[in-house]
Design a binder for this molecule. Sequence first.
Ligand code: ACM
Length: 740
Amino acid sequence: MSLGLAPAETLERSKQLRSEPRPRYKITEISGNQRETLLSMKAVKYIILLLIGTYTLSLAFPLRVQGAAPEMIAPDQMNLMPVPASVQIQTGRLPITRSFNVAVKNYMDDRLRAGIARMVARLAGRTVLTLPSDLAADESTAALVVQCERAGDIVPSLSEDESYSFEVTDKQARLVAPTVVGALRGLETFLQLLHSDREGYYLPGIKIQDQPRFPWRGLLIDVGRHYEPMEVLKRNLDAMAAVKLNVLHWHLTEDQGFRVESKKLPKLHTLGSDGLFYTQDQVREIIAYARDRGIRVMPEFDIPGHSTSWLVGYPEIGSAPGPYKIERGAGIFEPALDPTREQTYKFLDTFLGEMAGLFPDAYMHIGGDENEGKQWDRNPQIQAFMKEKGIKDNRALQAYFNQRVLKILQKHHKKMIGWEEILHPDLPKDAIIHSWRGPASLADAAKKGYNGILSAGYYIDLIFPASQHYLADPIPQNTTLTAEEAKRILGGEATMWGEWVSPETIDSRIWPRTAAIAERLWSPRNVIDIEDMYRRLSVISRQLEELGLTHEKNYGMLLRRLAASENTGPLRTLASIIEPVKEYRRYQMRPQTMLSPLTGLVDAARPDSETARQFAANVDGFLSDAPRFSLYRPNLEHTLAEWQSASRALEPLIDRSPALQEARPLANNLAVIAEAGLEAMSYLSTGDAPTTEWRNAQLARLDEAAKPKAALEFVVITSVRKLVIAAAELRQLRSTTPAE
Ligand code: ACM
């Protein structure tokens, strides 16, 4: 997997779903010899960190930001995400008052008008100011002037000019863009620049010149495994626009569901979807909604594997006789289209031709992943075909299939994109390779002359923290690609695979982490300050709520439902420091089907715990303050005491709520963690060194508590271990530190 993702192995997502648990991800432990030096190194490290911190503060916002004079806004108060290509902070500020209005210069159309109206509505909502809804007639007195030259592409395209520049002075804000799409990007920046203080709302004086680093910045939403209603797609398109993503990769077909209406082959959706599909009118509605926001919609029809739902209605194009049923499990399944029969290609010509007319995007994704060809191996007619044509193995057979599909796509004027498995010497150079198992295939494809996009590193269904995704770069610093080859890397996509998401939980799996990926794909490569990313991410996360995203509010809702009570305090405390298990371990630890409710504690709990991150930072700060141990002490003691009382209060709550029975061991472990932390703090505060037995017992209990329960794991144990180890090292510290 990619840069920043701990396991360096390749990622076989569906295979892992079926195989034995492979606990490859572990919370980083402190190794034996590191333990020895933990405390003595801390003081030195703290001073170094302070020095580095002071230096990087001036660089925290991108290198291009120029230093702030007192009357300017400080770089570390800027909340832009993605960070623009170039930012110059200036003096002055533009007040935002009830008389705020917008004038448009040079070019205007419905898309721009609607984009401005949405921006003004959000500005009004945020400021609680009633703002004029009409455009200003007089450019010279307008608070914001949007100057734009042309519409941009009728069908959003890879070559769209998304650039814009933006300047704010005391008198006016001016957004200049060659296309309406560039203006839409700039309007999002405008909203992110809104600040406030005692005097009211304002935009700081600033000069921005911005354009994306990569032209392909996508989010895949898998609606095959779990159907997502229209409003889920729309609110996610709004969120995508807010962070300047520009491709919705609509994964429409899976073993578990065929989600698009086909008028020509209606048994596809009538028999393959449980009635949960998008009509063609709804598809057009989504495409128009996305286009309004400068977002492409690329459909994926995953073939020849991942195709059970196709075969429920049309078993005759399968590689085994059937009958077939909609798949309810998770994993890799055997059904695959029969690549040896002309009937299959006639069928695909009809279906893909119909879809080519429905989806205007230049590209059509044909999937191509995870076909193991087991049905092919067992079918004598397929084996005879391979022998006759000299096709030596299943890979070559799939390459033959891809060639035939490519001709169909070409006939219908579509360019082909597929998962990296489609890479084969016979593949024409205008196909795009979509890398998912590791970044190496992307570089390999680029070297061979193919364009490619990266998703390895951006698998948000793996529940990794935003920081890991953030550091995965489509063209890493140490790339071996030539400049020419690097140009073939078009960008990347976050992938929201749909095994374990419902309309209630999907937003919390996508957001806010996807905003960090959006920044990676838009901003200059040197924008990699993780701390600053998280600072801005929490601001952006709240702003996404104003678009109707439910990643925050459904957290409380799910906890209230589980507790069957308004009073979720202790449950919320527990949920704030546990995360669903990483990678694909959830299915093995807590098996479910596609028909299971996704309303358990594992569904309420979210990735990338902010509480755990804060706790870790406070523990590090506290330990850096050796031998005094006073920095952050009250805060840590308060937090640990809160965990302890929550663990007690959880008992009656769990007694009342059978749905929470599975949380009982977690509640018990919460007590263990709190106790270990509090005892360690007490040793460190009094200077009493604990016994070796105490240390070993605590570490053993923490090891037990670190084992996932109900597919959930604590993400604060590394930090509590540090406290225990530090306490145990007191004796050594006392003997090496001169008395104060
Ligand atoms: C994939 O994750 N199988 C593309």
